[in-house]
Design a protein around this ligand. Structure first.
Ligand SMILES: Nc1nc2c(ncn2[C@@H]2O[C@H](COP(=O)(O)OP(=O)(O)OP(=O)(O)O)[C@@H](O)[C@H]2O)c(=O)[nH]1
Ligand SMILES: [Zn+2]
Length: 194
């Protein structure tokens, strides 16, 4: 696996000014970003979120999932602490890509759940690869994370990568009529702590 850091710039937001950092996975030319605030290398665990790209939820206001609200909430909590980082990984649709996620949504419109839809399309339920996280943590000189997540697979991934975790911070968003089934399937079939 080989990764590189490319560039950083200011990212003013409605929660305050963050810094946006660009990284590249040289193996597949995939581009990823991190969004940070404060000194990540100073002592004490860093409040962090591993966010998987969700164009529909993050940018198009979709209520089919909780991604957009989770992203907003993470930015807000980091701004409150004036220190933290979002690792924004471009692994759309749990790693199957945007157009395949649209196909999966179409299957869900016809009765499949989120896991069944992935399997019907010939994918695993979750194809995400977190290996760039170790490179990003080392780049920022982060010694330990407080990770905002409900997903045990992310905890397992960072443990396997040798990244220190001091605490899991639950990251729940209120369910609505559009996402309640999606959230139940994450709890019942994918082991999410919700
Ligand atoms: N294949 C597929 N991907 C989806 C679907 N809904 C959301 N996603 C993707 O799922 C990813 C978000 O992962 P989730 O499993 O919802 O939650 P998580 O981020 O792993 O868990 P938390 O850290 O607790 O929020 C994003 O990449 C979304 O694009 C779906 O129905 N099918
Ligand atoms: Zn989403």
């Amino acid at each position: 696996m080989s990764f590189c850091y490319v560039a950083s710039t200011k990212l003013p937001t409605r929660w305050g000014e963050f810094t946006l950092h660009g990284f590249k996975d040289i193996n597949n030319d995939q581009e990823h970003v991190s969004i940070s605030m404060g000194d990540l290398s100073s002592e004490g665990p860093v409040l962090a979120r591993i966010h998987s790209e969700c164009l529909t939820g993050d940018a198009l206001f979709s209520l089919r999932c909780d991604c957009g609200l989770q992203l907003e909430s993470a930015l807000e909590l980091i701004a409150q602490e004036k220190r933290g980082v979002i690792f924004y990984l471009r692994q759309e649709g749990r790693g199957i890509g945007l157009l395949n996620k649209i196909k999966a949504y179409d299957l869900q419109d016809n009765g499949a759940d989120t896991v069944e839809a992935n399997l019907k399309l010939g994918f695993d339920a979750d194809q995400r690869d977190y290996s760039i996280l170790k490179f990003m943590c080392d780049h920022f000189n982060i010694s330990e994370l407080r990770l905002m997540t409900n997903n045990p697979a992310k905890l397992k991934a960072i443990e396997e990568l040798g990244i220190n975790l001091s605490e899991r911070v639950p990251h729940k968003i209120a369910a609505c009529t559009h996402n309640s089934n999606y959230l139940s399937v994450k709890r019942d079939k994918m082991g999410h702590i919700i």
